[in-house]
Write a protein that binds this ligand. Sequence first.
Ligand SMILES: Nc1ncnc2c1ncn2[C@@H]1O[C@H](COP(=O)(O)OP(=O)(O)OP(=O)(O)O)[C@@H](O)[C@H]1O
Length: 468
Amino acid sequence: MDQGRGSDAELAGAGDSSPLSAAWAAIRTGLRRDCGARTFDGWLKPAELGAFDPESGNLELVMPSQFMADWVRSHFGERLQLAWRTTLPIVREVRVVACEGGPRPAPLLILDEEPLPVERAAAAAAHPRPAFDPRYSFGSFIVGKANEVAATAAKTLAEAPTVTFNPLFLHGGTGRGKTHLLHALGQRFLELNPAAQVVMMSAEKFMVEFVRAIRENDTIGFKQRLRSADLLLIDDVQFIAGKESTQEEFFHTMNEIINAGKRLVITSDRAPQDLDGIAPRILSRLSWGLVADINAADLELRYNILLAKLALLPGISMADNVVDFLARRLTNSIRELEGALNRIGAYALMTGRTIDLAFVEEVLANVLRANQRRISIDEIQTRVADHYCIRKAEMVSARRAREVARPRQVAMYLSKQLTPKSLPDIGRRFGGRDHTTVIHAVKQIEKLRASDPDIDAAIRLLTRQLEG
Ligand SMILES: Nc1ncnc2c1ncn2[C@@H]1O[C@H](COP(=O)(O)OP(=O)(O)OP(=O)(O)O)[C@@H](O)[C@H]1O
């Protein structure tokens, strides 16, 4: 939304009655109670609400000086983050900044862990718990056909007393829930094994720490830290493609963890066979375990995820037709779905408007354009012909026998529903028929859908398949 920045700024500075201000007031009261009046008055009281970006959910808290910003960030960062997320879930990341205009500090809390500063490397040896995101649990992970193998495997690896497959390799395109499952698995494992050592790091961090360990002559410390883990979680392994010495170390780490009966989980944005630049011995080690993919969510899963996420946004309600509209139109990734919901929620809260289709189309104009359906008439003809076991050529033939005429009408109907093509265009694509034939087909199928459950079910199925 192009006017977004302008209105976002307004939203951020919204008056005392805005949900942001109300949440901030509640959070401040809680902080004062928990931290004591002295600490609160000295450090936290001067913090002011800054810009809020509804799209990303990033909120700035502004301190009067860089020094105070650094102090508040390091002492209260996580607490502030958690307080905001639980009080107003549309806020996803809190950044403490100084109003002096100095260089922007780093984000307050990076959930997938940043390389540790050198002086904290020693502390890392003592196994700090990974910064798991409490929202990423098995309970909040909605299971559907696209992810059921991955979800079941993750749960099994977290809960089973002994491991039957190892490593677990989860792969899938961006925003499909790999990191969510990784966090859920880690948290569940720790719940069941509170004394266990769990290490989670991105493959990038693995490399950074490994290189630093070499530079600082501390490779033994590095190895010990990883290899003493009872559960090692490595995110985004594709990052080490082409990085040979890192892969060498990674291979040894894998082996030791697996041979010691400890658990290893690896995620990647692609399947092992597509991981160019990863050593064959690593790939073959992966295939000893369980490789589970997370496919693109189908309509039903998108719908269920929306309902679940909606339930987590207090004060936001959405009619069924709006949820259905979003599930049908936002097909790229769950992250996109979630972003859209947060954006709608934020704008609805700020403007007090009802969330209906017009509102959603306005707020998500750009996202919806980017997701525009690209179903072609050709695809529809292929699917329908397959479904009714007739030759695709019958779609354009002149034959009027019922066994080909009805499927042809179904295909015309779906072309009208699922593509932006005009009636004359559709007619032309069905063997040069007139637009009145298309109108007749559409009416006929509409009538049949109301009276014949088989036709209705077939159309629903075909629509689902075509929409992915
Ligand atoms: N099945 C699901 N149920 C509930 N939430 C989901 C599901 N799948 C994905 N999500 C949500 O979608 C968002 C993106 O998921 P996640 O970060 O785990 O994706 P990813 O596959 O790790 O992506 P990337 O490869 O880009 O890191 C998260 O907020 C996550 O909670």
